[in-house]
Design a protein around this ligand. Sequence first.
Ligand SMILES: NC(=O)c1ccc[n+]([C@@H]2O[C@H](COP(=O)([O-])OP(=O)(O)OC[C@H]3O[C@@H](n4cnc5c(N)ncnc54)[C@H](O)[C@@H]3O)[C@@H](O)[C@H]2O)c1
Length: 474
Amino acid sequence: MKLSVIGAGYVGLTTAACLAQIGHDAFCSENDAEKLSKLQNGVMPLFEPHLEGVIKAVRRAGRLCFRSTEEAIAWGDAIFICVGTPPLANGDADLSAIEGVARAIGKRAAGYRLIIEKSTVPVQTGAQLRKHLSVHSTNGLRYDVASNPEFLREGTSVEDFLHPDRIVIGTDSPRASDLLREIYEPIVKQKFTCPIHSSCPKRQGPIFLATDTNSAELIKHASNSFLAMKISFINMVANLCEAVGADVTKVAQGMGLDPRIGSSFLNPGVGFGGFCFPKDLQAFIRIAEKSGCDFSLLREVEKINQGRIELFVEKVRRELWIVRGKRIAVWGLAFKPNTDDVRFAPSISLMKALLADGAAVRAYDPEATEKARAILPEVTYCSDPYQAAEGADAILLVTEWDEFRHMDWKRLRSAVEQPLVIDGRNVFNPEDISGKGFRYVSIGRLDALPRQLSEEKVESSSFRAGNNAQEVTA
Ligand SMILES: NC(=O)c1ccc[n+]([C@@H]2O[C@H](COP(=O)([O-])OP(=O)(O)OC[C@H]3O[C@@H](n4cnc5c(N)ncnc54)[C@H](O)[C@@H]3O)[C@@H](O)[C@H]2O)c1
Protein backbone atom coordinates (compact mmCIF):
# COMPACT_ATOMS: atom_id res chain seq x y z
CA MET A 1 0.00 0.00 0.00
CA LYS A 2 1.14 3.62 -0.52
CA LEU A 3 1.70 5.04 2.95
CA SER A 4 2.75 8.52 4.00
CA VAL A 5 4.30 9.25 7.36
CA ILE A 6 4.39 12.85 8.57
CA GLY A 7 7.19 13.66 11.04
CA ALA A 8 10.59 11.94 10.99
CA GLY A 9 11.27 11.70 14.72
CA TYR A 10 11.76 8.55 16.78
CA VAL A 11 8.23 7.37 16.02
CA GLY A 12 7.84 8.59 12.43
CA LEU A 13 11.20 7.30 11.21
CA THR A 14 10.66 3.91 12.82
CA THR A 15 7.12 3.71 11.46
CA ALA A 16 8.12 4.64 7.91
CA ALA A 17 11.14 2.32 7.87
CA CYS A 18 9.28 -0.63 9.36
CA LEU A 19 6.21 -0.20 7.14
CA ALA A 20 8.58 -0.30 4.16
CA GLN A 21 10.37 -3.29 5.67
CA ILE A 22 7.11 -5.29 5.79
CA GLY A 23 6.43 -4.57 2.13
CA HIS A 24 4.65 -1.22 1.79
CA ASP A 25 5.82 1.82 -0.15
CA ALA A 26 6.47 4.73 2.20
CA PHE A 27 6.99 8.47 1.88
CA CYS A 28 8.26 10.07 5.06
CA SER A 29 8.14 13.84 5.48
CA GLU A 30 9.83 16.21 7.88
CA ASN A 31 9.40 19.96 8.19
CA ASP A 32 12.77 20.58 9.83
CA ALA A 33 14.81 21.35 6.70
CA GLU A 34 18.14 20.28 8.19
CA LYS A 35 16.74 16.95 9.37
CA LEU A 36 15.08 16.33 6.02
CA SER A 37 18.25 17.07 4.10
CA LYS A 38 20.25 14.74 6.37
CA LEU A 39 17.77 11.94 5.77
CA GLN A 40 17.76 12.53 2.02
CA ASN A 41 21.57 12.30 2.11
CA GLY A 42 21.59 9.09 4.14
CA VAL A 43 22.62 10.70 7.43
CA MET A 44 20.73 9.66 10.57
CA PRO A 45 19.40 12.60 12.64
CA LEU A 46 18.99 10.40 15.72
CA PHE A 47 20.37 7.24 17.27
CA GLU A 48 18.17 4.18 17.45
CA PRO A 49 19.52 0.60 17.28
CA HIS A 50 18.87 -1.18 13.93
CA LEU A 51 17.04 1.79 12.42
CA GLU A 52 19.84 3.01 10.18
CA GLY A 53 20.30 -0.47 8.69
CA VAL A 54 16.58 -0.85 7.98
CA ILE A 55 16.38 2.61 6.39
CA LYS A 56 19.38 1.90 4.15
CA ALA A 57 17.94 -1.44 3.03
CA VAL A 58 14.43 -0.20 2.24
CA ARG A 59 15.77 2.89 0.45
CA ARG A 60 17.99 0.66 -1.69
CA ALA A 61 14.91 -1.43 -2.47
CA GLY A 62 13.11 1.78 -3.52
CA ARG A 63 10.39 1.43 -0.88
CA LEU A 64 11.15 4.49 1.26
CA CYS A 65 11.89 8.08 0.37
CA PHE A 66 12.03 11.35 2.25
CA ARG A 67 10.00 14.21 0.82
CA SER A 68 8.21 17.39 1.81
CA THR A 69 4.98 17.16 3.78
CA GLU A 70 3.02 18.50 0.79
CA GLU A 71 4.33 15.71 -1.45
CA ALA A 72 3.69 13.06 1.20
CA ILE A 73 0.12 14.26 1.71
CA ALA A 74 -0.59 14.23 -2.01
CA TRP A 75 0.87 10.73 -2.42
CA GLY A 76 -0.28 8.27 0.25
CA ASP A 77 -3.54 6.34 0.42
CA ALA A 78 -3.10 6.42 4.19
CA ILE A 79 -1.34 9.15 6.14
CA PHE A 80 0.25 8.43 9.51
CA ILE A 81 0.58 11.57 11.64
CA CYS A 82 3.70 11.17 13.80
CA VAL A 83 4.48 14.76 14.78
CA GLY A 84 5.38 15.84 18.31
CA THR A 85 2.78 16.64 20.97
CA PRO A 86 4.90 18.41 23.60
CA PRO A 87 3.49 19.74 26.86
CA LEU A 88 2.17 23.29 27.19
CA ALA A 89 2.93 25.22 30.38
CA ASN A 90 -0.41 24.12 31.89
CA GLY A 91 0.27 20.43 31.16
CA ASP A 92 -2.08 20.16 28.17
CA ALA A 93 -0.67 18.48 25.08
CA ASP A 94 0.28 21.03 22.45
CA LEU A 95 -1.64 19.86 19.40
CA SER A 96 -0.63 22.69 17.10
CA ALA A 97 1.57 20.43 14.94
CA ILE A 98 -1.33 17.97 14.57
CA GLU A 99 -3.68 20.80 13.64
CA GLY A 100 -1.12 22.10 11.11
CA VAL A 101 -0.97 18.69 9.42
CA ALA A 102 -4.79 18.42 9.37
CA ARG A 103 -4.99 21.81 7.71
CA ALA A 104 -2.39 20.83 5.11
CA ILE A 105 -4.20 17.57 4.39
CA GLY A 106 -7.50 19.43 3.98
CA LYS A 107 -5.92 21.85 1.52
CA ARG A 108 -3.73 19.41 -0.46
CA ALA A 109 -5.35 15.99 -0.53
CA ALA A 110 -8.03 14.93 -2.97
CA GLY A 111 -10.02 11.69 -3.28
CA TYR A 112 -10.09 9.26 -0.33
CA ARG A 113 -7.50 9.26 2.47
CA LEU A 114 -7.23 7.31 5.68
CA ILE A 115 -5.77 9.64 8.28
CA ILE A 116 -4.14 7.86 11.18
CA GLU A 117 -3.14 9.57 14.41
CA LYS A 118 -0.08 7.77 15.73
CA SER A 119 1.15 10.69 17.81
CA THR A 120 0.01 10.45 21.43
CA VAL A 121 -3.03 12.69 21.71
CA PRO A 122 -5.73 13.43 24.26
CA VAL A 123 -9.03 11.62 23.99
CA GLN A 124 -11.42 13.26 21.49
CA THR A 125 -8.59 14.48 19.25
CA GLY A 126 -9.95 12.19 16.51
CA ALA A 127 -13.28 14.02 16.69
CA GLN A 128 -11.48 17.39 16.44
CA LEU A 129 -9.48 16.13 13.47
CA ARG A 130 -12.64 15.11 11.64
CA LYS A 131 -14.15 18.53 12.27
CA HIS A 132 -11.07 20.44 11.10
CA LEU A 133 -10.54 18.28 8.05
CA SER A 134 -14.03 19.08 6.87
CA VAL A 135 -13.51 22.80 7.58
CA HIS A 136 -10.24 22.96 5.61
CA SER A 137 -10.97 20.48 2.85
CA THR A 138 -11.03 22.30 -0.49
CA ASN A 139 -10.41 19.53 -3.08
CA GLY A 140 -13.38 17.28 -2.42
CA LEU A 141 -11.38 15.23 0.08
CA ARG A 142 -13.12 12.13 1.43
CA TYR A 143 -11.54 10.68 4.53
CA ASP A 144 -11.68 8.50 7.60
CA VAL A 145 -9.81 9.20 10.80
CA ALA A 146 -8.38 6.44 12.97
CA SER A 147 -6.37 6.36 16.15
CA ASN A 148 -3.44 3.96 16.14
CA PRO A 149 -1.42 4.72 19.28
CA GLU A 150 2.21 3.72 19.23
CA PHE A 151 3.73 1.70 22.08
CA LEU A 152 7.33 1.44 20.87
CA ARG A 153 10.11 2.28 23.29
CA GLU A 154 13.14 4.30 22.32
CA GLY A 155 16.18 2.05 22.32
CA THR A 156 14.17 -0.92 21.02
CA SER A 157 11.85 0.88 18.62
CA VAL A 158 12.43 -1.32 15.55
CA GLU A 159 12.02 -4.49 17.55
CA ASP A 160 8.91 -3.13 19.28
CA PHE A 161 7.33 -2.02 16.01
CA LEU A 162 7.91 -5.33 14.26
CA HIS A 163 7.20 -7.58 17.25
CA PRO A 164 4.64 -5.69 19.34
CA ASP A 165 2.48 -7.17 22.10
CA ARG A 166 -0.57 -5.46 20.72
CA ILE A 167 -1.70 -3.27 17.86
CA VAL A 168 -4.52 -0.96 18.88
CA ILE A 169 -6.71 0.76 16.35
CA GLY A 170 -9.65 3.00 17.12
CA THR A 171 -12.09 3.98 14.43
CA ASP A 172 -15.79 4.13 13.83
CA SER A 173 -15.39 3.32 10.13
CA PRO A 174 -15.36 -0.29 8.82
CA ARG A 175 -13.38 0.86 5.77
CA ALA A 176 -10.67 2.37 7.97
CA SER A 177 -10.59 -0.73 10.12
CA ASP A 178 -10.15 -2.99 7.06
CA LEU A 179 -7.36 -0.79 5.68
CA LEU A 180 -5.50 -0.85 8.99
CA ARG A 181 -5.83 -4.64 9.19
CA GLU A 182 -4.35 -4.83 5.69
CA ILE A 183 -1.48 -2.49 6.59
CA TYR A 184 -0.57 -4.47 9.70
CA GLU A 185 -1.29 -7.95 8.34
CA PRO A 186 2.39 -8.88 7.88
CA ILE A 187 3.06 -7.96 11.51
CA VAL A 188 -0.04 -9.67 12.86
CA LYS A 189 0.91 -12.82 10.96
CA GLN A 190 4.66 -12.19 11.58
CA LYS A 191 5.26 -12.69 7.87
CA PHE A 192 8.12 -10.42 6.83
CA THR A 193 11.86 -10.58 6.64
CA CYS A 194 13.03 -9.59 10.08
CA PRO A 195 16.01 -7.24 9.95
CA ILE A 196 16.98 -8.03 13.56
CA HIS A 197 16.62 -11.74 14.25
CA SER A 198 17.45 -14.79 12.22
CA SER A 199 14.82 -16.56 14.29
CA CYS A 200 12.24 -14.21 15.78
CA PRO A 201 11.46 -14.60 19.47
CA LYS A 202 7.76 -13.77 19.20
CA ARG A 203 6.33 -16.00 16.53
CA GLN A 204 2.77 -15.65 17.79
CA GLY A 205 2.15 -12.16 16.50
CA PRO A 206 0.38 -9.42 18.42
CA ILE A 207 -3.23 -9.10 19.50
CA PHE A 208 -5.00 -6.77 17.07
CA LEU A 209 -7.40 -4.78 19.23
CA ALA A 210 -10.02 -2.71 17.43
CA THR A 211 -11.99 -0.16 19.46
CA ASP A 212 -13.78 3.12 19.00
CA THR A 213 -11.54 6.19 18.54
CA ASN A 214 -11.94 7.62 22.05
CA SER A 215 -11.06 4.32 23.71
CA ALA A 216 -7.94 3.84 21.59
CA GLU A 217 -6.77 7.34 22.48
CA LEU A 218 -7.37 6.65 26.15
CA ILE A 219 -5.53 3.32 26.03
CA LYS A 220 -2.27 5.09 25.26
CA HIS A 221 -2.49 7.75 27.95
CA ALA A 222 -3.84 5.30 30.53
CA SER A 223 -1.01 2.83 29.77
CA ASN A 224 1.76 5.38 30.14
CA SER A 225 0.21 6.87 33.27
CA PHE A 226 -0.10 3.41 34.80
CA LEU A 227 3.56 2.62 34.08
CA ALA A 228 4.59 5.97 35.53
CA MET A 229 2.54 5.13 38.62
CA LYS A 230 4.37 1.80 38.97
CA ILE A 231 7.72 3.61 38.88
CA SER A 232 6.67 6.23 41.44
CA PHE A 233 5.24 3.48 43.62
CA ILE A 234 8.50 1.53 43.77
CA ASN A 235 10.42 4.76 44.28
CA MET A 236 8.33 5.46 47.39
CA VAL A 237 8.90 1.87 48.52
CA ALA A 238 12.64 2.55 48.07
CA ASN A 239 12.33 5.62 50.33
CA LEU A 240 10.58 3.50 52.90
CA CYS A 241 13.28 0.82 52.63
CA GLU A 242 15.94 3.42 53.33
CA ALA A 243 13.97 4.69 56.30
CA VAL A 244 13.43 1.31 57.93
CA GLY A 245 16.48 -0.65 56.84
CA ALA A 246 15.15 -2.96 54.13
CA ASP A 247 16.30 -3.78 50.62
CA VAL A 248 14.05 -2.56 47.82
CA THR A 249 15.57 -5.04 45.36
CA LYS A 250 14.28 -7.90 47.48
CA VAL A 251 10.94 -6.20 48.07
CA ALA A 252 10.50 -5.61 44.32
CA GLN A 253 11.50 -9.19 43.58
CA GLY A 254 8.96 -10.50 46.07
CA MET A 255 6.25 -8.25 44.68
CA GLY A 256 7.05 -9.03 41.06
CA LEU A 257 6.66 -12.76 41.57
CA ASP A 258 2.93 -12.15 41.85
CA PRO A 259 1.74 -12.37 38.23
CA ARG A 260 -0.93 -9.77 38.98
CA ILE A 261 1.88 -7.31 39.70
CA GLY A 262 4.70 -8.48 37.41
CA SER A 263 8.36 -7.61 37.78
CA SER A 264 8.79 -4.97 35.08
CA PHE A 265 8.88 -1.29 36.01
CA LEU A 266 9.75 -2.10 39.60
CA ASN A 267 13.27 -0.69 39.46
CA PRO A 268 13.75 2.30 41.73
CA GLY A 269 15.95 5.14 40.63
CA VAL A 270 16.25 8.81 39.85
CA GLY A 271 12.78 8.87 38.30
CA PHE A 272 11.23 8.61 34.86
CA GLY A 273 11.95 11.04 32.05
CA GLY A 274 11.90 11.13 28.26
CA PHE A 275 9.45 12.50 25.76
CA CYS A 276 6.55 10.26 26.83
CA PHE A 277 5.92 9.56 30.50
CA PRO A 278 6.24 13.07 31.98
CA LYS A 279 4.17 14.79 29.31
CA ASP A 280 1.64 11.99 28.88
CA LEU A 281 1.05 11.89 32.61
CA GLN A 282 0.52 15.66 32.67
CA ALA A 283 -1.79 15.51 29.69
CA PHE A 284 -3.81 12.68 31.24
CA ILE A 285 -4.18 14.63 34.47
CA ARG A 286 -5.44 17.63 32.47
CA ILE A 287 -7.89 15.48 30.49
CA ALA A 288 -9.32 14.13 33.74
CA GLU A 289 -9.48 17.61 35.24
CA LYS A 290 -11.28 19.04 32.23
CA SER A 291 -13.69 16.11 32.24
CA GLY A 292 -14.57 16.68 35.90
CA CYS A 293 -12.80 13.53 37.18
CA ASP A 294 -10.67 13.82 40.29
CA PHE A 295 -7.55 11.83 39.33
CA SER A 296 -5.37 13.30 42.08
CA LEU A 297 -3.71 9.87 42.37
CA LEU A 298 -1.75 10.84 39.26
CA ARG A 299 -0.77 14.21 40.72
CA GLU A 300 0.97 12.30 43.50
CA VAL A 301 2.72 10.11 40.90
CA GLU A 302 4.03 13.27 39.27
CA LYS A 303 5.00 14.87 42.58
CA ILE A 304 6.95 11.78 43.67
CA ASN A 305 8.80 11.77 40.37
CA GLN A 306 9.62 15.45 40.60
CA GLY A 307 11.15 14.83 44.04
CA ARG A 308 13.54 12.11 42.86
CA ILE A 309 16.34 14.39 41.71
CA GLU A 310 16.30 16.41 44.92
CA LEU A 311 16.52 13.20 46.96
CA PHE A 312 19.43 12.03 44.81
CA VAL A 313 21.24 15.36 45.12
CA GLU A 314 20.70 15.11 48.88
CA LYS A 315 22.60 11.82 48.82
CA VAL A 316 25.44 13.59 47.01
CA ARG A 317 25.43 16.41 49.57
CA ARG A 318 25.37 13.95 52.46
CA GLU A 319 28.36 12.05 51.09
CA LEU A 320 30.47 15.00 49.96
CA TRP A 321 29.54 17.39 52.79
CA ILE A 322 30.51 20.40 50.66
CA VAL A 323 29.55 20.18 47.00
CA ARG A 324 30.90 23.59 45.96
CA GLY A 325 34.19 23.20 44.09
CA LYS A 326 33.90 19.39 43.88
CA ARG A 327 34.39 17.55 40.63
CA ILE A 328 31.51 15.23 39.87
CA ALA A 329 31.39 12.64 37.12
CA VAL A 330 27.97 11.94 35.63
CA TRP A 331 27.71 8.65 33.77
CA GLY A 332 24.78 8.56 31.39
CA LEU A 333 22.83 11.48 29.95
CA ALA A 334 20.13 9.88 27.79
CA PHE A 335 16.84 9.39 29.64
CA LYS A 336 17.37 5.65 29.23
CA PRO A 337 20.01 3.40 27.65
CA ASN A 338 20.29 2.83 23.89
CA THR A 339 18.93 6.19 22.85
CA ASP A 340 20.39 9.65 22.37
CA ASP A 341 17.21 11.33 23.61
CA VAL A 342 17.67 13.75 26.52
CA ARG A 343 14.23 15.33 26.47
CA PHE A 344 13.06 15.57 30.10
CA ALA A 345 16.00 13.35 31.07
CA PRO A 346 16.75 13.12 34.82
CA SER A 347 20.42 13.77 33.98
CA ILE A 348 19.61 17.31 32.86
CA SER A 349 17.78 18.28 36.08
CA LEU A 350 20.49 16.58 38.10
CA MET A 351 23.34 18.42 36.38
CA LYS A 352 21.48 21.73 36.73
CA ALA A 353 21.17 21.11 40.49
CA LEU A 354 24.85 20.14 40.83
CA LEU A 355 25.96 23.21 38.88
CA ALA A 356 23.73 25.38 41.08
CA ASP A 357 25.49 23.86 44.12
CA GLY A 358 28.82 24.95 42.62
CA ALA A 359 30.12 21.57 41.43
CA ALA A 360 32.24 21.10 38.31
CA VAL A 361 30.37 18.50 36.29
CA ARG A 362 32.12 16.12 33.88
CA ALA A 363 29.68 14.01 31.93
CA TYR A 364 29.86 11.05 29.62
CA ASP A 365 27.25 9.27 27.51
CA PRO A 366 27.89 6.90 24.59
CA GLU A 367 25.28 8.59 22.34
CA ALA A 368 23.59 11.60 23.92
CA THR A 369 26.48 14.05 24.39
CA GLU A 370 25.64 16.44 21.56
CA LYS A 371 21.98 16.68 22.51
CA ALA A 372 22.90 17.33 26.17
CA ARG A 373 25.56 19.88 25.18
CA ALA A 374 22.91 21.86 23.31
CA ILE A 375 20.95 22.19 26.57
CA LEU A 376 23.77 22.53 29.13
CA PRO A 377 26.95 23.85 27.50
CA GLU A 378 28.52 24.64 30.90
CA VAL A 379 29.15 20.95 31.59
CA THR A 380 32.46 19.37 30.51
CA TYR A 381 31.61 16.53 28.15
CA CYS A 382 34.08 13.63 28.05
CA SER A 383 34.81 11.00 25.47
CA ASP A 384 34.76 8.05 27.86
CA PRO A 385 33.74 7.23 31.43
CA TYR A 386 37.36 7.17 32.65
CA GLN A 387 37.98 10.70 31.41
CA ALA A 388 34.80 11.83 33.18
CA ALA A 389 36.04 10.21 36.41
CA GLU A 390 39.47 11.91 36.25
CA GLY A 391 39.97 13.72 39.56
CA ALA A 392 36.32 13.18 40.53
CA ASP A 393 35.05 13.36 44.10
CA ALA A 394 32.06 11.25 43.14
CA ILE A 395 30.88 9.17 40.21
CA LEU A 396 27.12 9.35 39.72
CA LEU A 397 25.52 6.67 37.58
CA VAL A 398 22.39 8.11 36.01
CA THR A 399 21.66 6.00 32.91
CA GLU A 400 22.23 2.26 32.98
CA TRP A 401 24.14 1.83 29.70
CA ASP A 402 25.58 -1.66 29.44
CA GLU A 403 29.06 -0.20 29.06
CA PHE A 404 29.06 0.84 32.74
CA ARG A 405 28.69 -2.78 33.82
CA HIS A 406 32.11 -3.59 32.39
CA MET A 407 34.40 -0.99 33.93
CA ASP A 408 38.04 -1.39 34.90
CA TRP A 409 37.67 -0.43 38.58
CA LYS A 410 41.40 -0.57 39.23
CA ARG A 411 41.93 2.07 36.57
CA LEU A 412 39.06 4.12 37.97
CA ARG A 413 40.42 3.84 41.52
CA SER A 414 43.61 5.55 40.47
CA ALA A 415 41.78 8.15 38.34
CA VAL A 416 39.41 9.53 41.00
CA GLU A 417 40.09 11.96 43.83
CA GLN A 418 37.61 10.22 46.16
CA PRO A 419 36.49 6.63 45.61
CA LEU A 420 32.73 7.20 45.80
CA VAL A 421 30.01 5.83 43.53
CA ILE A 422 26.41 6.97 43.87
CA ASP A 423 24.30 4.68 41.75
CA GLY A 424 21.00 6.17 40.62
CA ARG A 425 19.85 2.96 38.95
CA ASN A 426 21.02 0.22 41.33
CA VAL A 427 23.16 -1.26 38.57
CA PHE A 428 26.00 -2.52 40.73
CA ASN A 429 26.26 -5.08 43.44
CA PRO A 430 27.18 -3.20 46.64
CA GLU A 431 29.73 -5.81 47.74
CA ASP A 432 31.42 -5.83 44.33
CA ILE A 433 31.97 -2.09 44.33
CA SER A 434 33.03 -1.88 47.98
CA GLY A 435 35.41 -4.75 47.19
CA LYS A 436 37.06 -2.52 44.58
CA GLY A 437 37.81 0.06 47.25
CA PHE A 438 34.91 2.43 46.54
CA ARG A 439 32.30 3.78 48.92
CA TYR A 440 28.99 2.80 47.35
CA VAL A 441 25.58 4.39 47.75
CA SER A 442 22.50 3.30 45.85
CA ILE A 443 18.72 3.63 46.04
CA GLY A 444 16.63 1.91 48.70
CA ARG A 445 19.18 -0.75 49.53
CA LEU A 446 20.94 -1.43 52.79
CA ASP A 447 24.17 0.07 51.48
CA ALA A 448 22.34 3.39 51.22
CA LEU A 449 22.11 3.72 54.99
CA PRO A 450 24.83 5.66 56.72
CA ARG A 451 26.65 3.20 58.94
CA GLN A 452 25.74 4.54 62.39
CA LEU A 453 22.03 4.70 61.47
CA SER A 454 22.13 1.23 60.07
CA GLU A 455 23.31 -0.03 63.46
CA GLU A 456 20.67 2.02 65.31
CA LYS A 457 17.99 0.48 63.18
CA VAL A 458 19.04 -3.07 63.89
CA GLU A 459 18.50 -2.33 67.59
CA SER A 460 15.26 -0.42 67.09
CA SER A 461 12.19 -2.38 66.06
CA SER A 462 9.93 0.66 65.70
CA PHE A 463 9.52 1.84 62.12
CA ARG A 464 8.98 5.49 61.52
CA ALA A 465 6.61 4.88 58.65
CA GLY A 466 5.78 7.91 56.56
CA ASN A 467 9.21 9.48 56.88
CA ASN A 468 11.27 9.61 53.78
CA ALA A 469 14.95 8.75 53.64
CA GLN A 470 16.03 12.33 54.03
CA GLU A 471 14.03 12.97 57.17
CA VAL A 472 15.30 9.83 58.87
CA THR A 473 18.92 9.98 57.85
CA ALA A 474 19.50 13.72 57.94
N1 LIG B 1 9.42 8.80 21.40
C1 LIG B 1 8.74 7.76 21.83
O1 LIG B 1 9.28 6.83 22.45
C2 LIG B 1 7.27 7.66 21.57
C3 LIG B 1 6.62 6.44 21.74
C4 LIG B 1 5.25 6.37 21.49
C5 LIG B 1 4.55 7.50 21.10
N2 LIG B 1 5.23 8.69 20.97
C6 LIG B 1 4.47 9.85 20.52
O2 LIG B 1 4.71 10.02 19.13
C7 LIG B 1 4.76 11.42 18.80
C8 LIG B 1 6.09 11.74 18.17
O3 LIG B 1 7.11 11.47 19.10
P1 LIG B 1 8.64 11.52 18.67
O4 LIG B 1 9.42 11.10 19.85
O5 LIG B 1 8.82 10.82 17.38
O6 LIG B 1 8.81 13.09 18.46
P2 LIG B 1 9.98 13.84 17.66
O7 LIG B 1 9.99 15.22 18.19
O8 LIG B 1 11.22 13.03 17.72
O9 LIG B 1 9.47 13.82 16.16
C9 LIG B 1 8.43 14.61 15.65
C10 LIG B 1 8.90 15.16 14.32
O10 LIG B 1 7.81 15.74 13.62
C11 LIG B 1 8.31 16.84 12.88
N3 LIG B 1 7.17 17.67 12.44
C12 LIG B 1 6.41 18.51 13.15
N4 LIG B 1 5.47 19.06 12.37
C13 LIG B 1 5.63 18.53 11.12
C14 LIG B 1 4.98 18.70 9.86
N5 LIG B 1 3.94 19.52 9.72
N6 LIG B 1 5.44 18.02 8.79
C15 LIG B 1 6.50 17.19 8.94
N7 LIG B 1 7.16 17.00 10.08
C16 LIG B 1 6.73 17.65 11.18
C17 LIG B 1 9.27 17.50 13.86
O11 LIG B 1 10.17 18.35 13.22
C18 LIG B 1 9.95 16.27 14.46
O12 LIG B 1 11.11 15.90 13.74
C19 LIG B 1 4.48 12.16 20.11
O13 LIG B 1 3.11 12.41 20.21
C20 LIG B 1 4.90 11.16 21.16
O14 LIG B 1 4.26 11.34 22.38
C21 LIG B 1 6.56 8.80 21.18
